[in-house]
Structures are given as C-alpha cells and as structure tokens.
Design a protein around this ligand. Sequence first.
Ligand code: ADP
Length: 492
Amino acid sequence: MYIVQIASECAPVIKAGGLGDVVYGLSRELENQGHCVELILPKYDCMRYDHIWGLHDAYKDLYVPWFDSWIHCSVYCGWVHGRVCFFIEPHSEDFFFDRGTYYGCNDDNMRFAFFSKAALEFLLQSNKRPDIIHCHDWQTGLVPVMLFEIYKYHGMANQRVCYTIHNFKHQGFGGTDILEATQLRRPEYYFSYDKLRDNFNPFSINFMKGGIVYANAVNTVSPHHAWEARHTTISYGLGHTLEIHQDKFTGILNGIDYGFWNPENDRYLPYDYSADSFEQKHYNTKALRERLLLREENKPIVCFIGRLDDQKGVHLVHHAMYYTLERGGQFVLLGSATESSIDKWFRHEKEFLNSNPDCHIELGFNEELSHLIYAGSDMIVVPSNFEPCGLTQVIALKYGTVPIVRGVGGLVNTVFDHDYDQAHPPEKRNGFVFYESDNVALESGMTRAFDLWGQNRKIFNQLAIQGMKYDYSWKDPAQEYVELYDRIRVKY
Ligand code: ADP
C-alpha cells in the first residue's frame, strides 16, 4: 500500500511529545512490512535540521489557495533516519512556521489549517495519489474535511483517510475565518452539528470533530482509552460525536521503536545491557549519578520524564518527589512546562532542592539525557490524570525500570500490578498500579515498590526483567493499522 502521513511532528526532527515518536515509529515499521510511506510535515525554523539527510527543494512553486488568493510555498524533501519526508515552507508574511516554537501561538488554528490545506494541495499538484492518508490529532483534523469536500472533485476521489487521535484535550477551534481561509465556503453547511460545529460552543468549529466526522476510520492510541473516550468525560465534549460514529472508532495501542529505544545498543548510553545482563544496568545508574551530581549510595532512584502539566498529574509528581526523599530514595525529574505558573513552581523547587544530593530537577527538553535517566533509574512514576497511551512507561519497561502508574488509559493496557493483577500470572507482571488520583493512592503504589526494592531485591529485579521481556514494538500495532487501512482503502 502507498501511505502518506500528514502530521505536525516526526521524531527526532520535530518532537514535542509522544506524537513525534508514533509518527516516526509507525512509518518505519510500515516500511519494514513492505509498504511505501511518505511523510508531509511543516518546515519549522526550530526543528532539528541535524537529523535530516539530503534536504533539497523538491517542488519549488506550490501555490496554495488561501482566502481569496494563494500563498506561494516551497516543498523540501529529505530523509529523517531513512524516512522520506516532505517539508512545506510557506513564503508569506504570516511566517506560519518561523516562530521558534512548534505550538503555542495565538493563531495555531490558522497555522495548522494552512498546513492541512498545503499538504493536500501538494498531493494534488505533485500527482501523488496514496491509498491511505493517515493524519494525526487536531492539527490535521481538517484534512479529511477538505479532501472529501474539495479535493475529491479535483482528482482525489480514491484516497481514504485514517485519523488518529493522540489527545482529546486539544481539539482546535476557530470561527468562520478558518472556513473562509480554507475555502470551505458555505458556513451554514459546515456550521451544522452533524459536521464541524462544536458540540458546546455554537460559535466555533472544531477541527477534531471534523476529523471524526469525515475520516473513513478513526482511532485513539490504546484500547482502554477508546473505551474511556466513549464512556467517560475524557473525550472533552466529543462523546456524542463518537457515539454517532462508533462503528469506525477503535483503539490501537502505540508501540515504540526498538531501533531507537533499546538498552542493548543505545547510542546515548555509556553501558549496554539486556534482560540477560541486567546486572550491567547499574553502571548506567552510576553514570547518571555522576552526571547529575547525586551522591553514590544504596538508594533507589525514582524518575519522572514528561510534560509538566495537569494531564500528567503534576501535583502527584511533586508529591512523588518529596515522598521519595522521605522514604530515603533519590529522585530525578526531567520535564518542561508550557503553563507559566507550573514552570515557576518547578523553577522554585529546583532552586529549593538545588543542594540536595538526592534530588535533581532538569527543566527543559533533553532527548539524550532522557535515555540515561530511563537506563539509570530503578523506578518511574506516571501518575497521570488521563493518558491516551503513554510512552514513558513503555520505554521504561524496555530499560528495566519498574513503572508505578495510575490505572488509566494506555497505562492499563501496558502495566500489570505485581501484587494484584488478576489477568496475568506472577511471571507476566511488570509494575505497580494505583487508581485514585490522590497522595494516599500514589503512596500505596510507591510504598509497595520501595518495600520490594528494600526487602527483596531479587524479586524486584525479576519484576524489572519481566518488564524488559515484553514486546511493545511496532510490529503488532503496525499490523493492526495495515488491517484497518485495508478495510477502508479503495480496491482497484
Ligand atoms: P505525551 O502526552 O507528551 O505525548 P507520552 O508519554 O506519550 O506523552 O510521550 C512522551 C515522549 O516524550 C517520550 O518519548 C518521552 O521520553 C519524551 N519526553 C517528554 N518530556 C521530555 C523531556 N523533557 N525531555 C526529553 N524527552 C521528553
């Protein structure tokens, strides 16, 4: 099959979170399974150009219709660790992708509406006719809308869309100006509740709702989160829309790319190890302590890696840090906050704990350091309020770092409690799970982990090794996507 991914991220060249990992990892596995995959991405000024090989202009004059005129774009082509990527660069005074940041601008809705339009226009103009267009999250929610309302009538009648929702919290909103800009010209038609009108704000269109309504298949990134989206409030107002479109809505668990996340040959680790040489892991622990100036003592290292925001249970992360110190452990935090109050809070904590030899707070995004933290830590906490899939616990498992997670979303599908899991025999369990979102529940999970580490290291290590043996690669999930693509594609 010929598959084109349209997305706002692709690791490692553009990565703000798990979306980037998924777009890259899935594309790579689909290619390994014999499919032809191309990616279309924005050409941000701040992306990691050092991860692109052979960047060249592939399509010089792409004119993208926009409002009553058009925007002149260039399309560049390059290889990101083997994947063929097309980067769209608009030449306009809006400087859509020259903002020094991927997200967080006041006109993000315009920026990504434009990107979606430009991606389709590029396919049309360059005569690319993929079997499947796979788009992701709100940024590309308008792709199926424009495909089936505009581009279908210009020679793209045989393309089919798979739309993957990585996070329901960010849906993308806009007014009639978005419709005018993208030339979806009949506001009265698009502003109906069965199309783009937001279910709760009658003055707004909802990009993600458009994606759900128009795509041929819709999924989120774990089976349990798909259930939550339909039956709880976690779909942030889209429950009714999912109910209507339930027949095309599923959950497919994310994988991780073991070419990149593998302690047996990780380019960022000083010492390689595997489940069979688990005892080598502690050399990385030593290296982590040296790098972060933590004291060398017989204490467990607990880590947190991720965005510092409400979704990730930031208050519980904060509590986990102090609880670890109280229990005589060491804590390493690597995270970044977009909300200024949370950023200030953790900057203050960093200053406060600066001279503590058992704690290190690293604020910012640091891919390389994250590998050493995964490898050097004994446990990772993931106390999320909600978690569509969650990659940090899956990466941690591969690195023999025992996850302590809240039982929500994809965490339920990947972590099985050492003491209480009913569905897996003891030799298949791999972590600790708690359910309520409060300090007491978090402590119950952490206490069990600390006690096992302190009182029976052999069994603790065995639990870590069992986690390393799980296969959360892209092999099976990619196969599920292929089956889904095959169900919706046009058979010639
Ligand atoms: P999200 O909700 O942010 O997508 P996931 O758990 O799905 O969360 O994916 C997070 C990905 O981003 C993981 O690969 C994790 O290692 C990485 N990550 C998150 N924060 C940082 C950071 N501050 N520095 C380096 N990597 C990070």
